[in-house]
Write a protein that binds this ligand. Sequence first.
Ligand code: CAA
Length: 386
Amino acid sequence: MDFRFTEEQLMIQDVARRIAQEKIAPSAEHHDQTGEFPLENIRTLGENGLMGIEVPAEYGGAGMDPISYVLAMVEIAHADAAHSTIVSVNNSLFCNGILKFGTEEQKQTYVRAIAEGKEIGAFALTEPQSGSDATAMRCRAVKQADGSFKINGKKSWITSGPVAKYFVLFAMTDPDKGARGITAFLVDGDRDGFHRGKTEPKLGIRASATCEIEFEDYIARPEDVLGEEGHGFKIAMGVLDAGRIGIASQAIGIARAAYEATLEYVKERKAFGQPIGAFQMTQAKIADMKCKLEASLLLTLRAAWQKGEAEKSGGRFSNEAAIAKLTASEAAMWITHQAVQIHGGMGYSKEMPLERYFRDAKITEIYEGTSEIQRLVIARNETGLR
Ligand code: CAA
């Protein structure tokens, strides 16, 4: 057991911190207010290897380990959560699945452009009537005589949907088989039969564009199938295990930004003749914020380490990822709530970023598996019951 980071890990953390502070943080308020997609910053992140952190160099990425991914994500989310959502989906939900299950040709075609930040990737699982219960999907892919699939249906809440070129899509190929009847496809948003709906107005992460997408007789060629036919649900769940580490890291970045702002404020702001940080009620909050932050980071690094081990042994890290995401997202919500409270009126004002941190933190308890789903995954693992 060694708590020190390697030189490579520190190097990528440093690159991410520099871009986050120099490019992302100064425009975070603008992106939050306008909801404008930060394409230029995403290109810069891609040029510096941050859109494919764990992607090997031969496919256009930085070739780093899962710990590096956590460190970079925390820095980006610390500057702006919306940017980190786009980074997380590209890295964990898009590139990760294709690297694990894709053919050599799929890796060259789809991973390279996304890892280099030249194109944006997206993950299409959720539907209007199926979120947590992912197997209840209605999107159908019907096999044709020539081996291709005709796809019809709707997907909702697609992160980066309005701007993405490529999508990992999950569709039902054999409804009688439930989870075992789902297949994963690689979809090109420029092809016929693919339509984008309106962009969703959201409470937080406003610059990460989200929309519904629709398939109308979209033809997926046999070479567009990712992994084996009928293995789509397991691919989705495995990819989400990695995604949950990304969201835990995002939660830590948001929470750390709120915590640091609060630490400064309690030393400067005076009430009743002394800095408010000298009051025990404030001190208790600071201590609890710090503990939750540290615990979240350690659990997330542990999950990332476990992911690296699982990649060597073929094992799973579902429980570690769920524990990290649940702990970090609930910590972020609690910490940003306390940060707003300690800042009082200034915490509620749009003149300071505290209310943005509070709004941004909420999504980490919802997407890539709600806190309720994380509890279900953990409890099933612990008890062996379902
Ligand atoms: N890795 C690999 N395989 C897995 C797995 C995992 N993590 N989890 C389950 N499986 C396998 C099971 O072993 C089982 O395999 P067999 O058929 O061989 O036995 C199969 O998948 C079915 O598993 P379950 O019976 O456990 O499935 P379930 O229907 O009970 O669902 C669930 C389990 C945990 C509730 C799951 O549906 C889930 O995680 N739901 C949440 C979905 C989610 O996270 N959605 C987020 C949307 S994406 C998003 O937010 C992206 C974005 O844009 C930011």
